[in-house]
Ligand binder design. Sequence first.
Ligand SMILES: CC(C)(COP(=O)(O)OP(=O)(O)OC[C@H]1O[C@@H](n2cnc3c(N)ncnc32)[C@H](O)[C@@H]1OP(=O)(O)O)[C@@H](O)C(=O)NCCC(=O)NCCS
Length: 240
Amino acid sequence: MAHPAIGRMALRQPARHQNRADITVRVVRTLDDLQRVSVLRGLTYMAEQDCPYDEEFDGNDLCGLHLLAFVGKEPAGTLRLRFFNGFVKLERLCVDRRQRGGAVASFLLSHAFEITARKGFPRVIAHIQERLEGWWTHIVKCQVVGRQTFDFSGYSYLVLEIPLPKHPQAIQFESNPYVMIRPEGEWDHEGILDPKSSKPQTSKPLRAAPTLQPASPSPINARASRSGARVQRPTRITAA
Ligand SMILES: CC(C)(COP(=O)(O)OP(=O)(O)OC[C@H]1O[C@@H](n2cnc3c(N)ncnc32)[C@H](O)[C@@H]1OP(=O)(O)O)[C@@H](O)C(=O)NCCC(=O)NCCS
């Protein structure tokens, strides 16, 4: 896998670990993957850094976006993103100690920056362990904001700002609706809800063609639409 084109621009040495065919990064979408995240964080933060369970698993895991890196088939690292007003908070970065050496962390970061920029956010904030300031400034184009530290879970933290390049394909309010409804991070690949060019043939006889949706929705569809449930679809518009 290569570093993504925009995300890599926030790395100091994007060529350093380019083209590590054995490393992949994906957005967490299943409970299985969330379990992989928990194992990695349990091993790193609880076992290595003695962090209590309630501090590590802080109630924000079901409202953040997690990335999971693999070396081959083995989960190797993770991080979490949470979205705020004009910025994204990057947190819980960790790499399985057997896989440390820089590559996994830099792939996680370049993918995090790509997704963040694609969503239109111009900058990332990270609360970094003070002891790792040298590491962050070596890996990422960033600056420490002020010098004031604050403490939690037994470590001193600094605030780091990572400015991001503008993404030329940032998703906008006016963006193609079929792009917007694809799975997070998979905006360049056709999704299950994209219009199909050719529908699979069925052996059953086709019913009479459905009538077109009326301009004002039927009471049932209006109710379903208000409750967020699926409504019967009108003829699909063509994606640009
Ligand atoms: C922090 C962590 C993600 C870093 O990943 P890693 O794979 O161990 O990265 P490495 O320490 O091997 O460092 C990679 C690069 O940074 C450099 N580096 C390491 N420590 C450094 C330091 N203190 N100052 C400057 N550069 C440093 C290395 O020389 C290497 O550079 P290179 O790629 O140019 O050769 C990983 O150690 C980890 O999971 N730690 C536990 C969890 C944690 O503390 N997370 C951070 C919370 S803020």
